[in-house]
Design a protein around this ligand. Structure first.
Ligand code: AMP
Length: 374
């Protein structure tokens, strides 16, 4: 049953990273209180929350405490313990349910769901062991990518294989979990659609973003994506189909490959606000975080509109000093830093959004500023 959660009530968030922080800021704008469950004391979300529960994400007593103080519970990442979340749905109001997490935290169930929803994926096989992989790999051929079913992100838990000789490189992936072998998709672009749905079935997509990765980490998102109208429509329709199939409540980020002929292949989904949607904070009439809060609180959703073409660039640990030096030079940059104390190399520390009709000049300035990866 969809409930209406009103300002003044408390939203519990599992996970204290930057996504939780930006959700919390959106919630606080509307007058909600925020509670966060996060094992570290000084987390990005903890810094802006009203209540901090400092404990591991699967700590039963901590989850019960979160249930007690919260009128609704959401999460900022998908690798939460499914059993714990399921128990939480019995003692608290978790409108997103636990199924969405169960399905999307495992590439095997996730791919099956995307196919069931009627959307295209790369050809793939599932292998429980390295030996099974060796037996079934010829169904996929080379090049292919082996991915652990669970726990991979930003290219971790993946191995590109160019020929039979490379197979041993994939062996250690099976220490982690079962794997899938996936045909290499000769994409021309990577795009993402953030689709958001409330418990009444109202569904909207944010404008399609074009994602450029460097060293497997998202470096920039360009909006609108430089794709044809037909491809954008295909992408939005696919995201809506998956959202409907999963009976989504909240947010689903759908990562998509675009082929030379304009067709699409769905790569993967994340059941939460996504790095590639950060541009929406300034560049849209509703941010992905505000829409997410509306969705889990049972509010009507707003049809997203893009105010202006934009580029969002991630700020990694090695870029923080360059960014700080840029503040006085670039008044048109919207600067977001997540309050993380340790600026480790490749750690996402913040992002910058630039709204501009002149993408090339914006890119040039970003490069000059030094927040461009080597
Ligand atoms: P993932 O963790 O599945 O998002 O993969 C990380 C990155 O690896 C993607 O953003 C792509 O750039 C690349 N990649 C993943 N799967 C494939 C594939 N089947 N074909 C080509 N590139 C891929």
């Amino acid at each position: 049953m969809t409930k209406m959660i009103y300002p003044g009530q408390t939203i519990g968030i599992i996970g204290g990273g930057q996504l939780g922080r930006m959700m919390a800021v959106a919630a606080k704008e509307a007058g909600y209180k925020v509670a966060v469950l996060e094992p570290t004391m000084d987390s990005p979300c903890g810094q802006v929350a009203d209540i901090r529960i400092v404990a591991p994400y699967d700590d039963e007593a901590a989850l019960e405490e979160l249930a007690e103080v919260s009128d609704v519970i959401t999460y900022e990442f998908e690798n939460i313990d499914y059993e714990g979340l399921k128990r939480l749905t019995e003692i608290a109001y978790v409108p997103q349910g636990a199924e969405l997490v169960r399905i999307t935290q495992n590439r095997v169930t996730e791919k099956a769901a995307i196919v069931e929803a009627g959307c295209p994926v790369a050809p793939y096989v599932v292998a429980d062991t390295y030996e099974q992989l060796c037996e079934s790999i010829e169904q996929i051929g080379f090049p292919c990518i082996i991915k652990t079913a669970r726990g991979g992100y930003d290219g971790k838990g993946q191995q590109l294989l160019k020929s039979n000789d490379d197979l041993p490189f994939a062996k250690s992936l099976f220490d982690h979990s079962q794997c899938i072998a996936e045909g290499f998709v000769p994409f021309t672009k990577e795009i993402s659609v953030i689709v958001q749905r409330n418990g009444h079935g109202e569904t909207y997509c944010l404008p399609v973003g074009e994602n450029i990765h460097v060293n497997h980490i998202l470096h920039e998102t360009i909006v609108p994506a430089r794709i044809t109208h037909d491809t954008a429509t295909l992408a939005e329709e696919a995201a809506m189909k998956i959202a409907d199939y999963l009976k989504l409540v909240g947010t689903l980020a759908v990562e998509i490959f675009v082929l030379e002929d304009g067709n699409i292949v769905i790569n993967e989904c994340a059941p939460r606000p996504h790095n590639s949607g950060h541009y929406s904070i300034e560049a849209c009439n509703i941010s992905q975080f505000t829409q997410h809060i509306r969705a889990v609180c049972g509010w009507p959703l707003r049809k997203p509109r893009l105010w202006a073409p934009s580029i969002m660039v991630n700020v990694l640990g090695q870029h923080v000093v360059a960014l700080t030096n840029s503040i006085s030079k670039y008044p048109d940059w919207s600067i977001h830093l997540y309050g993380k104390t340790e600026a480790k190399v490749n750690r996402k520390m913040g992002h910058v959004t630039i709204m501009t009709d002149d993408l090339n000049t914006a890119l040039q300035k970003i490069k000059e500023s030094g927040i461009w990866p080597e």
